[in-house]
Ligand binder design. Structure first.
Ligand code: FE
Ligand code: FE
Length: 197
């Protein structure tokens, strides 16, 4: 099966049509990040015997809604009757959980495994499927990322996906605490599940 045919399973159009829509929705810089995440997601799918096309589509849409306004996210939260506590949060949280709804409406991607991977890509979750982990980790270690220990994070990612999830969760939390940043409560659940021994 070629890539174009395969993508029809998850997106009602060709891969090129999906790329056009994603490109229209984000800045050039973010589009490059998205393509970088796709490259890593494909490698991680291969290494973990996961379906490549599904990982590719999830990666391509993971930040689709990242540049939408707060007003738009709040509208979607109300319209879709999502948890109203979401209204107290910000783009970092919204573009995953609320972004999945925007992806469903605008891109007509309805595969729940893909949508869940988008929902969970920023803070992870207690329960993470292989696809959830692939997108969470690929987002963290794609080639454009620069931070201390990024090469260690990459080595972990290509050796053991669970170790990479733990590393990312711990270091993201450490960073947030170091800057007195707000921690989304569910991020603690991710930490307790994947980091605590
Ligand atoms: Fe994101
Ligand atoms: Fe991202």
């Amino acid at each position: 099966m070629n890539k174009q045919e395969d993508s029809h399973k998850y997106f009602p159009g060709t891969r090129d049509e999906l790329l056009v829509q994603v490109r229209k929705s984000v800045s050039d810089k973010r589009y490059q990040h998205i393509l970088g995440v796709e490259q890593v997601a494909i490698k991680l799918a291969e290494l973990n015997k996961f379906e490549i096309e599904k990982a590719s589509i999830a990666a391509l849409v993971h930040d689709y809604a990242k540049e939408r306004s707060a007003a738009e996210f709040k509208q979607v939260i109300m319209k879709k009757k999502l948890d109203t506590d979401l209204l107290n949060w910000n783009n970092f949280i919204w573009h995953g959980v609320v972004g999945a709804e925007i992806i469903k409406d605008e891109l007509h991607i309805v595969d729940e495994e893909i949508l869940n991977a988008v929902r969970k890509h920023t803070i992870g979750a207690e329960d993470m499927t292989t696809l959830d982990k692939i997108i969470y980790v690929a987002d963290y270690v794609e080639d454009g990322r620069i931070f201390p220990d990024v090469s260690l994070a990459r080595t972990l990612a290509y050796n053991n996906l669970n170790d990479a999830v733990a590393f990312e969760t711990k270091h993201t939390l450490e960073y947030l605490i170091s800057i007195n940043g707000e921690v989304y409560p569910d991020a603690i659940l991710t930490y307790n599940k994947w980091v605590v021994k």
